[in-house]
Write a protein that binds this ligand. Structure first.
Ligand code: ADP
Length: 476
């Protein structure tokens, strides 16, 4: 029932009760009515008044309760603690209790919100740290694999994918023995995870077969400890030692090759000088022969020492470059003349296809000369008796380039070795017995052409058919 309807009924009731009371009182005063009926009427009036005020009280209390309940509901549903006005009625203590409850709730909510904010910040920091760690792990060249306490893969960078032959996009949370086919590697990780000693780190040399080749790796295994009896995971880092071992081996080879290369011409020079001193060259022709040999060996010695020194000078940036416009044609002819006697000794035919031109390049004469000489010397060294060496020069006017090519019919280089022939100390295994060397000649040529002169190296080869080494330089 609406409040205004209640009032419509109650107000006339009250007025009636009041009127009855007044009439009864007046009649009693005038002595018009008897005391019994007076009492009866008075009783009825009192009863009516009592009922009316009770009803009014009930209606008002209900109305206030509803208003209070509605306000409380709004406050609660709005999620904000707003304190209710304490009514001066029986609901007062309830409202006070509710306000206390609001206060306590408000404090709890504020505390929880602060905790949420703190957790949000911590989450942001942790996410960015996690991303940084991932970026670091993914950018390093070493292979990194992280496993959890169930020996499942948590993370594997691209290098690990390559080394272990894994598709890194599809291995998360997979057991290691299901994705890694190397049983030794799997058991090394398992042993490390199960190891009782915390923060343990083990470094082992491990061989992994890749593309039909054995790769040597320094495998560092670190247990991730979170305080339990067993570790909660393992971090495995694989550092490829193959190249380092190769370089160490090449350096050893180099030292023995250099000492051999230095000693051979030196012994030769000493022997011929001794023969001359002892008067063994009885005629002038023989003496001239001896002198030529001595000169040739001295030149060989000089070239070797130049190669070694020039490489280290260029690499350290200490070399003094004297650039000048020069005709490559003239320079190539000089080099051919120097190498011709060696070619003749092996019955190798030297063909020249030198385009007569007025074009010049801006270069350091001695360095360029040494490059051409090294290419010619290699062609003679790695071409068997009776072969042919063709020297070509050319000019590409449109692109303003000149080129020099030394083409031989020699032993050639296997495709797998071709990318490394310009590396310092590198010698093709298959050709080691064909000629002595230090593995420095081509490295120097590349340094001179590309690093010093900004040119481009040309290199093509076929095993058993021959090789073509050369370079391109800008025209002046
Ligand atoms: P080296 O002193 O050993 O000749 P280089 O740096 O000049 O060193 O050459 C590196 C390797 O490249 C050589 O050991 C050789 O195996 C290979 N090589 C260079 N030139 C030729 C060529 N013309 N024919 C075949 N192999 C070659």
């Amino acid at each position: 029932m609406r409040i205004d309807r209640c009032l419509e009924i109650l107000v006339p009731g009250c007025v009636l009760a009041g009127a009855l009371f007044i009439v009864t009182d007046a009649a009693k005063a005038l002595g018009v009515i008897q005391s019994a009926s007076t009492l009866t009427i008075t009783g009825v009036a009192l009863l009516l008044i009592g009922a009316t005020s009770g009803l009014m009280n009930y209606v008002i209390t209900r109305r206030n309760s509803r208003l209070l309940a509605t306000e409380a509901a709004q406050v609660i549903s709005a999620g904000k603690a707003k304190f209710l006005e304490v009514p001066d009625s029986a609901l007062g203590p309830l409202v006070v209790a509710m306000n206390d409850c609001f206060l306590a709730t408000e404090k709890s909510v504020q505390h929880a919100m602060a905790q949420v904010k703190e957790l949000e910040i911590q989450l942001k920091v942790a996410t960015s740290q996690r991303q940084q760690a991932r970026a670091i792990i993914y950018s390093i060249n070493d292979a990194v694999l992280v496993t959890d306490s169930f020996d499942e893969i948590l993370l594997a960078n691209d290098a690990a994918g390559k080394v272990l032959g894994l598709d890194t996009a599809d291995i998360q949370r997979k057991p290691i023995d299901q994705v890694i086919s190397d049983p030794t590697f799997v058991s090394l990780i398992r042993d490390m995870r199960a190891s009782k000693s915390r923060n343990e780190r083990r470094v082992v040399e491990h061989r992994i077969r890749r593309n039909g080749k054995d790769g040597v790796f320094k495998l560092t295994l670190s247990a991730i400890s979170e305080g339990g009896a067993e570790s909660s995971g393992v971090v495995a880092v694989m550092h490829d030692m193959t190249r380092e071992n190769e370089i160490a081996r090449m350096k050893n080879d180099f030292v023995s090759s250099v000492s051999h290369e230095l000693r051979t011409p030196l012994s030769s020079i000493r022997a011929y000088v001794e023969m001359l001193v002892d008067g063994e060259a009885q005629d002038e022709k023989t003496a001239k022969e001896f002198y030529d040999i001595i000169l040739g060996e001295a030149n060989r010695l000089g070239r070797l020492i130049d190669n070694i020194l020039n490489i280290s000078r260029i690499e350290s940036g200490l070399v003094e470059i004297k650039r000048q416009p020069l005709s490559v044609l003239v320079l190539v002819k000089e080099a051919i003349e120097v190498i011709a006697p060696q070619a003749k000794l092996k019955n190798i035919r030297l063909e020249e296809h030198l385009e007569p031109s007025f074009y010049q390049t801006n270069a350091d004469k001695d360095m360029l000369y040494q490059s051409v000489l090294n290419l010619l010397s290699n062609a003679v060294k790695y071409t068997p008796e009776g072969g042919t060496i063709t020297v070509r020069t050319g000019v590409d006017e449109e692109n303003r380039k000149l080129s020099v090519r030394v083409i031989d019919t020699g032993v050639g280089i296997p495709p797998k070795d071709l990318p490394f022939v310009f590396d310092k100390f590198f010698r093709v295994e298959a050709n080691k017995n064909v000629a002595k060397g230090t593995g420095l000649g081509l490295s120097l040529v590349k340094n001179i052409i590309e690093t010093v002169h900004g040119g481009k190296i040309i290199c093509e080869s076929k095993v058993g058919r021959g090789s073509c080494f050369g370079f391109e330089l800008d025209l002046c």
